[in-house]
Design a binder for this molecule. Sequence first.
Ligand code: GLY
Length: 410
Amino acid sequence: MYYNSFLSKVSLFVLVVLQLSSSKILANENNGEQWFLNSIKTITYQLNKAASIYTPGKNPRSVNPDGTVRVAPYRDWTTGFFPGSLWYAYELTNDNNLALQAKRFTLALDSVRYIKDTHDVGFMLYCSYGNAYRITGDKMYLPALKDGASNLASRFNPKVGAIRSWDFYWWNYPVIIDNMMNLEYLYWAAKEFQQDAYKDVANAHALTTLKNHFRKDYSSYHVVDYSPTSGNVLAKRTHQGVTDESSWARGQGWAVYGYAMCYANTKNPKFLQHAEHIAKFIMNHPRMPKDKVPVWDFDVHNAMDVEEKAPRDASAAAVIASALLELSAQAKDGDKYFRYAEDILKSLSSEEYLAKPGSNQYFILKHSVGAFLYNSEIDTPLNYADYYYLEALKRYAQIKKIDLDKLANR
Ligand code: GLY
C-alpha cells in the first residue's frame, strides 16, 4: 500500500517534470517543427514580393489558366483577403515592411464602406480593416468599419430571421452558409460601437441557419431561399456545389467555422454542440483523403465521372483547420480537433500545397477550387486559401506557445 502510493507520487513527479520541460521546449525551440519554420520563411518571401508588385485596390485573387493573375477590384468579394493576409503575416513574422504594406493595401479599400448589396462586405472589411484595427489600435480604421457593419446589419429581415446574402440571380431571399462567417464582424461591432442590435441580428441569423441549412447528418446546404414576406423556406439549393444535395467542401468549412466562432462570442451551448456535430461530419467523412485536404465537393464522385481527376480544395482545408483550432480551445475534448487541424496544416505546409518561394505568382498555397461547375478557378491559388492558412498558423502558434519573435530572428 505504502509502496504503491510512493510509486504513484514518483510517477506524478516525473510526469510533471516531463510536461514542464516539454512546454519549455515548445516555447523555446519550436519543438523541432521544421515545417512551421519553413512555412514562415515562405510566407515572408512571397508576401513581401507580392506587396511590391501588386497595386493597392487591385488585389491578387487567383491565377488564370494561362498563368496570368486575376486581380480583384475593390468591389470583388475577395478583396479584403490580401490585406488581411499581410496583417497576419506581419503578426507571424514581425516583419515591419509587411505592416507598412498591409496598411497601404487596407486603406485602398475605403470605398467598400458604401457597398450595401451583399453580405460579403463582412469578408471585405473585417479581414482588412478589422485586422488593421485589432493589431494597431489606430482609430483611423474605425469609420469604414462602422459604416460596413451598419450596412451588413441593415440586410437583416426579421420575418426571415436572417441576413440576405445576395441581391443577384433569380433568388427570392437567398441565405448562403458562407454568410455565417460575417457574423463575427457583427459581434465585434456590437461591442465596439455599442450596438446591441447587431448582436441580436447575428444570433438570430445563426439560429435560423441552424434550423434550416442542415441535413440529418449535419452536412450543410449551400443556399436556402426564403420568402421575404412570410419567412417560409422556398427551396434548398446549391450555387457552387456539385448538386443541391451534395456537401460542397468549403461550405462545410464555413459552417463549422461559423458555429465555433458564434460559440466563442456568445457561449450559447447550442452553437458549440452544432459546431461539434459539423466537425464530426467532416472529420469522419469516408471520402476525406489521407492528407485531410478534401476534394472541392465531398459528393463529386457520386455526381460526376471524375474519380481520378477531382481537384482538391486547399481553401476548404485551410478554413477547416482554422475552425478546428478555434473549436479545440472551446470544446471539452478539444485535443482531437487540435490534432486534426495540425495534420491539415502539415499537409498544406508540404511541397504538395505550399509554393516554392518565387513561384505561384507569389501566392502561398496551390490547389484550390473557386467554382468548379462555372469552370472558374479550378486547381489554382486563391487569396482566401492563403488568408485562412495564415490565420490557422497564427492560432496554432498561439496554442502551442511558439515563440514567434525568436523564430523571426532565425
Ligand atoms: N463565399 C464564396 C465562396 O466561398 O466561394
